[in-house]
Design a protein around this ligand. Structure first.
Ligand code: CS2
Ligand code: MG
Length: 412
């Protein structure tokens, strides 16, 4: 079998998605997600100009060889654009392999290790009553684990809150960075770490008092604290028994996690902005984290995701793959297959895609009683409707950024 043609499809049903569609001379189609939100067209150019010409005529079965060729022959290694492009190819080839075998991908990765994946939903509120309503809504939808994000008095717009004022796109039932509402320039949000640190422990105390000890609770600090601030928050949250504290410090400074770890037993999750397995090496070997937050899409695909989880398993570190709506249904399916197959699954983030996105990408995936399952269609289990995709042209969209009260730019 040979790769016969490659098409790069950009569509923006709810937000922008970049999909690579490979076709073989036997008519098999493979899909791969190369969405790098805020920088989508850089991946499109990388694929179109530098990757597709290498793929035509190659054997689609040679997944590892193709991955190594794309990674090593570029000479310039790593980086989110390169790794999203390689991810798209890797996923499309696994999709083809599954279809050629007539098996869902998880079977090729070793078969199911569980009946479904525990998903966590994104509850948020600008104050406690709104947060409690939001948690109840996610529990009613069947979720068995809840991420808790809260407004902070004095800050008018911060990450992860669905209903805060000042952001045109944030009136809905979840926070949302969709292009139609965001406009062409990055929105500015505000930040004050000391105000946040004063407020958050009380919120978790109230949530535990209302919802009991059993419910797994998660929190995303979104890269905003210094190491000692993160250590302080981790310690302050210990009585509320978090499932994980995510991205407590910016990922570039990996030594920071040593300092945080010395001071707190709150479990730590990190890695949604990492793009290679090497980014996790020290953190895993030194057991500085508890959950790997990589996504297949931003991490070079299914092949490296499976490898890093096998490495993490040696240290009892589990998965917590990054599953926001900026990962397309193709990339999300890739994670579900890996999560179902590996032994060291932890939790799967799940932000449901919008109705338009679900019409463009038809999926075999199911969500029932809090469990996600990738379905049993051969390959990834996602079909892309090209006519539907064509109705939603690309729209420039950026993620927001932060400024402190004095005007200083801060991590978002
Ligand atoms: C987040 C994301 O899902 C998460 O944990 O940190 O919502 C993140 O903000 C987005 O992926 C950025 O596009
Ligand atoms: Mg996050």
């Amino acid at each position: 079998m040979k790769i016969d043609s490659a098409e790069i499809i950009v569509t923006s049903p709810d937000r922008n998605f970049v999909t690579l569609r490979l076709t073989t001379d036997e008519g098999l189609v493979g899909l791969g997600d190369g969405t790098l939100n805020g920088r989508e067209l850089a991946v499109v150019a990388y694929l179109k100009e530098h990757v597709v010409p290498l793929l035509i005529g190659r054997d689609p079965a040679a997944i590892e060889d193709t991955w190594q060729l794309l990674y090593r022959s570029a000479y310039w290694r790593r980086g989110p654009v390169t790794m999203a492009a390689i991810a798209a190819v890797d996923m499309a080839l696994w999709d083809i392999k599954g279809k050629a075998a007539g098996m869902p991908l998880y079977q090729l990765l070793g078969g199911a290790s569980r009946k479904g994946l525990m998903a966590y939903g994104h509850a948020s509120g600008k104050d406690l009553p709104e947060l409690f309503d939001s948690i109840r809504k996610y529990l009613a939808l069947g979720y068995r684990a809840i991420r808790v994000q809260t407004g902070v008095p004095g800050l008018h717009a911060i990450y992860g809150i669905a209903s805060q004022e000042g952001l045109p796109g944030n009136k809905g039932r979840r926070y949302d960075y969709e292009p139609a509402q965001r406009g062409a320039l990055p929105a500015q949000e505000d930040w004050d770490t000391r105000a946040y640190l004063r407020h958050v422990p009380g919120v978790f105390e109230a949530v535990r008092a209302e919802f009991g000890a059993e419910l797994p609770l998660l929190h995303d600090a979104h890269h905003r604290m210094t190491p000692i601030q993160a250590a302080k928050l981790g310690r302050a949250l210990e009585p509320y028994d978090l499932f994980w504290l995510e991205d407590c410090t910016p990922a570039e400074n990996q030594e920071a996690l040593r300092l945080v770890r010395q001071h707190t037993i709150t479990p730590l999750a990190i890695g949604e902005v990492f793009n290679t397995a090497w980014d996790f090496r020290t953190l895993i070997q030194e057991q500085l984290i508890d959950y790997v937050r990589a996504s297949a899409t931003h991490f070079g695909g299914i092949s490296p995701l499976k490898k890093i989880m096998d490495f993490a398993a040696l240290y009892q570190i589990k998965s917590g793959f990054h599953g926001p709506t900026d990962v397309s249904p193709v990339g999300f399916a890739a994670q579900l297959h890996v999560g179902l197959a590996i032994h060291n699954f932890g939790a799967q983030e799940y932000m449901e895609h919008g109705a338009r996105t679900n019409r463009v990408f038809r999926q075999s995936m199911t969500f029932k009683d809090g469990w996600l399952h990738p379905g049993d269609a051969p390959g990834l289990g996602v079909e892309l409707d090209r006519d539907e995709a064509g109705q939603y042209p690309y729209a420039t969209a950026y993620l927001p950024y932060n400024r402190l009260a004095d005007g200083t730019v801060h991590d978002w």
